[in-house]
Ligand binder design. Structure first.
Ligand code: S3P
Length: 171
């Protein structure tokens, strides 16, 4: 894979799941911006929010984006739901939005085997009303920064992987 593929989208839409499936199917490396931040800070995202607040976390995302632009090539990057706001997003690679309605996302999270843990680790998904308002606020912004949009509600995982492979010029 020549360019990086940058997966963006709302919390719980399945960026990590798709990224892991794609990496194993096509033999590419996949990194996650939240994982990078957690390992650099040696703290979970929820603890970073708790201890230092959201603004501090956003600054860490920008730092991570700068590092990605400078140092990472040919990699699938799955991003935290607010990572799309970094200044250099389109310089890192081809930006692909995984798009789905809020209710679909909420049901996916709620019905997953470890639903409680999945919700607990997301500070901005503690209150459904607030999460829904955030979704509404971001919906158009995601589309503005995306080079490609994949409607995940209407696609099987297999089809999503094929679309990504096409974008990555792998097949
Ligand atoms: C956030 C999404 C989270 C994580 C942090 C903030 C957001 O990532 O980066 O809790 O602002 O939408 P996921 O999209 O993987 O849940």
């Amino acid at each position: 894979m020549k360019n990086n593929i940058i997966l963006i989208g709302f919390m719980g839409v399945g960026k990590g799941t798709i990224a892991r499936a794609f990496a194993s199917e096509y033999g590419v490396y996949n990194i996650d911006t939240d994982d990078l931040i957690e390992s650099k800070e040696n703290r979970k995202i929820s603890k970073i929010f708790e201890k230092y607040g959201e603004q501090y976390f956003r600054a860490l995302e920008q730092e991570t984006a700068n590092w990605l632009e400078k140092c990472v090539k040919g990699t699938l990057v799955s991003c935290g739901g607010g990572f799309y706001k970094v200044k250099n997003l389109n310089k890192i690679g081809e930006v692909v939005l995984l798009d789905a309605p809020f209710d679909w996302i909420y049901n996916r999270l709620k019905n997953s085997p470890n639903a409680e843990a999945k919700l607990a680790k997301r500070p901005l998904f503690q209150d459904i009303k607030k999460a829904k308002a955030l979704y509404k606020e971001r919906k158009k912004e995601y589309k503005k920064v995306a080079d490609f949009i994949i409607d995940v509600e209407k696609s099987s995982d297999k089809k999503i992987l094929k679309e990504l492979a096409k974008i990555a010029k792998l097949k």
